[in-house]
Design a protein around this ligand. Structure first.
Ligand code: UT7
Length: 332
């Protein structure tokens, strides 16, 4: 099969992680859990938490984006489109993208949020690709920023121990014939499974009320076991399709950068995709699940560590609430 020619490329990445580290032992002081349980079931040792008075979603995202723009050598005014993915908007109106735009000074950009939960970065990259490929602009900023600590139920040990805060960003531009960039993209969603991971209260259907506050339904609720099964099935399928679309096989992949929710999910996905664990980037031990920020933060770290180099074939894959999932093959 003829290899596709990339239309857009990632020019540079950036990330922001709050300084505040919360270990499993720290959590065990306030709830009935243990480092042994959390680590053996999830692979998580610690996570970063932005305190309530710390940076919010827009500011964390802007910090990651500033680093990406500096590395790409572009000025804020050059950004044509700013796509921000978050499950934790700072406020319900306007979009967090517009708040980030103001912080960054990207005054010439169209800015908007996308809500695709943990798959948000891959969705955002794909939207940027389409916009630029259609000739609507030359430079896109894709930001994923998540303050999960603000929406998890800290009285629920089955969910709160899994998540962390952080942000990642990518400067995306037209490839202009450079033989690097996005080779394939496979995105899917299934709204029939929305109730497996959601925040039932506090939105338009069940507006904030004393009842919603009392039953804590404005916070994250998850059926962990069902999510686990669906995550492995969907991500394995997405990897296969993204590889086929790119004219690649698992052996061609130099690094798999999967969504970081649980080491057992990562290992199962890699196994189904036919990629050995020494070619899989893992940082879930240090950050937990930062929803859509996991993939860009992991990509950025992998580039910094020299695990991704010019010419590397990289497969990214994610899965999350919606349900949503997707994968992309890239040549770096
Ligand atoms: O980005 C996508 C979002 N989410 C995910 O990817 C999560 C997907 N799911 C998972 O990662 C796993 O299902 C979990 C890590 C959430 C749970 O692991 P599990 O092996 O499926 O455990 P479980 O839910 O079957 O719970 C086993 C036991 C239960 O006790 P009993 O009923 O067997 O007595 C839980 O009450 O572990 C108990 N438990 C805990 N114990 C100590 C649940 N949470 C904790 C905890 N500490 N934090």
């Amino acid at each position: 099969m003829k290899k596709p020619t990339p239309l857009v490329e990632i020019a540079a990445m950036g990330r922001y992680l709050p300084d505040n580290i919360v270990t499993n032992d720290d959590l065990a002081q306030g709830m009935d859990t243990s480092d042994e349980w959390i680590f053996s079931r999830t692979g998580i040792r610690e996570r970063r938490i932005s305190p309530p008075e710390g940076l919010g979603a827009a500011a964390m995202g802007a910090a990651a984006a500033r680093q990406a723009m500096q590395r790409a050598g572009i000025e804020p005014g050059e950004v044509d489109i700013l796509i921000l993915s978050t499950a934790t908007p700072d406020r319900w109106l306007p979009s967090t993208a517009c708040d980030a735009q103001a912080l960054l000074g990207c005054t010439n950009a169209v800015a908007f949020d996308i809500m695709a939960a943990c798959s948000g970065f891959i969705y955002g990259l794909s939207m940027a690709e389409g916009y630029l490929a259609a000739g609507r602009g030359e430079i896109a900023l894709v930001i994923s920023t998540e303050k999960m600590s603000s929406i998890v139920d800290w009285e629920d040990r089955t969910t709160s121990v899994l998540f962390g805060d952080g942000a990642g960003a990518a400067v995306v531009r037209l490839a202009n014939g450079a033989n690097r960039g996005i080779l394939s993209s496979h995105l899917r969603s299934d709204g029939n499974l929305a109730d497996l991971l959601n925040r039932p209260g506090g939105g338009a259907q069940h507006p904030m009320s004393q009842a919603v506050l009392d039953d804590r339904s404005y916070l994250v609720r998850m059926n962990g076991r069902e999510i686990f099964k669906n995550a492995v099935r969907s991500m394995a399928d997405a990897c296969e399709r993204a590889l086929a679309q790119a004219g690649l096989t698992a052996d061609d992949i130099d690094l798999l950068v999967p969504h970081q929710a649980n080491i057992r999910i990562i290992e199962a996905t890699a196994k189904y995709a036919g990629i050995p664990m020494d070619k899989v980037y893992v940082n879930v031990d240090r950050y937990g699940n930062m929803s859509s920020a996991t993939v860009p933060v992991a990509l950025d770290e992998a580039v910094e560590q020299g695990l991704i180099r010019p010419g590397s074939h990289v497969l990214i894959v994610a899965f999350g609430a919606g349900l949503t999932w997707g994968a992309m093959a890239l040549r770096w």
